[in-house]
Write a protein that binds this ligand. Structure first.
Ligand SMILES: CC(C)(COP(=O)(O)OP(=O)(O)OC[C@H]1O[C@@H](n2cnc3c(N)ncnc32)[C@H](O)[C@@H]1OP(=O)(O)O)[C@@H](O)C(=O)NCCC(=O)NCCS
Length: 221
């Protein structure tokens, strides 16, 4: 991966990034996927941060990409804090587990830090992000809008101690609620792919229904 380049996404990358996103997510969390359509619509959304859209390029081919959106935290007393959210982040299946995702995330986290944000918050699989310093919302006193602590609500603290005591509620951009009725029509722009069921979808379904309790003594296995 010596020749890997991490660079800002340009307009010329748009279709390649959406095709790559489709390859990376296809059948992983649901039969088919909607992340390529999400990338397509998020570029026009007010919460999208164009300057933080980055790609990983190898020998002229786009093999990874990351996107960011504005999000916020609100306290019980109505105080608001601006936060950043990333996603989708993906690497082409041929190039996964070779450090590309780590490079994309590491590079852009530094840019977010330079912009003065104190927290990056996203929904994702803890297996992918704990190694990069993310912890669950419960660990940082951050809940979802309902006041619950999903396992997949992940927080990277860029500046420690800025939230103080009390629970803050996280609100992501509404761009992530894609209109699912439009996905199949959009998908027709790409080469046909079979939708199928696989065990990773059941794992994802459990992850979405898993919540983190308050700290308590760990029982050895
Ligand atoms: C999740 C994803 C973005 C991670 O990107 P990646 O390039 O595969 O990630 P990295 O290679 O940087 O790190 C992943 C693993 O590879 C390991 N790794 C890093 N460099 C490596 C190398 N040179 N050789 C072997 N393994 C390596 C890391 O230690 C890590 O291992 P671990 O998971 O056992 O701790 C990518 O796998 C992906 O696109 N998945 C499908 C889409 C998806 O789920 N996106 C995230 C939504 S939450």
């Amino acid at each position: 991966m010596e020749k890997l380049i991490i660079r800002p996404e340009t307009g010329a990358d748009h279709f390649a990034v959406e095709a790559l996103t489709r390859e990376a997510f296809w059948n992983l969390y649901v039969p088919g996927c909607d992340e390529h359509y999400l990338v397509h619509v998020m570029r026009e959304h007010a919460d999208y941060v164009k300057e933080l859209a980055y790609v990983a390029e190898l020998d002229g081919e786009v093999i990874g990409s990351i996107h960011y959106t504005h999000s916020h935290l609100s306290s019980a007393s109505g105080e608001l804090r601006d936060t950043m959210t990333f996603g989708p982040l993906c690497v082409h299946p041929r190039y996964q587990r070779q450090g590309v995702g780590t490079r994309l995330l590491g590079h852009t986290v530094e840019l977010v830090r330079q912009r003065g944000f104190t927290h990056i918050i996203t929904y994702g699989d803890p297996h992918n992000y704990f190694k990069h310093g993310f912890r669950t919302g419960r660990d940082h006193g951050i809940s979802d809008p309902k006041g619950e602590f999903p396992l997949g609500l992940l927080v990277l603290e860029l500046e420690a101690g800025r939230l103080g005591e009390g629970i803050w509620k996280f609100q992501e951009s509404d761009v992530y609620n894609v209109d699912k009725s439009k996905i199949d029509a959009y998908d027709a722009r790409f080469l046909p792919k079979d939708k199928k069921s696989q065990y990773s979808q059941a794992l994802f379904s459990v992850m979405c229904r898993a919540f983190v309790r308050e700290n308590e003594p760990v029982h050895p296995l």
